[in-house]
Design a protein around this ligand. Structure first.
Ligand code: TYD
Length: 198
């Protein structure tokens, strides 16, 4: 089984990915917990180019290509071998993030994202959970974390609101794969919603 967690910056998806991995491991499953951008040594190197530095560092097209290159390496080195070995793969972000983040910045990039996905990636998760929270809450959590990986968070509240709307639209458009999870409340409350939806 291949599962992804998605949502805006600071929504709590990384915590939820870890809690679901713990639950499935307790149930006897062999789980690989991974993340994007990154999840393999080569993709982690590309990650640094993407999440650090000035907001306008890359054109939208270059950014989509870099995210897709990182994803291809992640797929080859981490996701595919694990699925072939019968393990459960849980990834913190996948192609829906590229659709929403790069598509929110420039709508016409959505088509490029989807075409590159078909050409170079080719698989979708069996189930995707979008952790839905108020963008102002997400942004304050993300900023509170500090650090250098804030290139997207620095784009501000209006951008995070566009992202939240983009994830909700995706969930509405693909209800078979994508479940919108109410991200309010304690981590355990949200985790119970994820388990129920799985
Ligand atoms: P992530 O490590 O998930 O950050 P966080 O834990 O703060 O949510 O992702 C890093 C940033 O990269 C995040 O701001 C979202 C962005 N991103 C994209 O813009 N496109 C993508 O395809 C992916 C995977 C991430």
């Amino acid at each position: 089984m291949f599962i992804s967690f998605e949502g805006i910056d600071g929504c709590g998806k990384s915590t939820q990915a870890r809690l679901l991995a713990d639950t499935l491991r307790d149930g006897g499953r062999d789980v690989v917990l991974t993340r994007e951008p990154g999840g393999s040594p080569g993709a982690e190197e590309i990650r640094r180019l993407l999440v650090q530095g000035a907001g306008e560092r890359w054109s939208g097209e270059t950014e989509v290509l870099l995210f897709t290159a990182a994803r291809r390496d992640h797929l080859e080195r981490t996701i595919r071998p694990a699925l072939d070995a019968g393990r459960v793969v849980i990834t913190d972000r996948f192609t829906d993030s590229t659709r929403v983040y790069q598509g929110a910045a420039r709508g016409e990039l959505r088509d490029l994202v989807d075409r590159l996905h078909d050409l170079a990636i080719g698989i979708w998760p069996d189930r995707t959970f979008v952790i839905d929270i108020d963008p102002a809450t997400g942004l304050s959590r993300g900023m509170a974390r500090g650090g250098v990986e804030d290139r997207f968070e620095r784009l501000g509240l209006a951008f995070q609101e566009r992202l939240a709307a983009g994830f909700r639209e995706l969930a509405a458009a693909q209800p078979d794969r994508i479940r919108l999870i109410d991200g309010r409340g304690s981590p355990d409350q949200v985790a119970a919603r994820v388990r129920a939806a799985l």
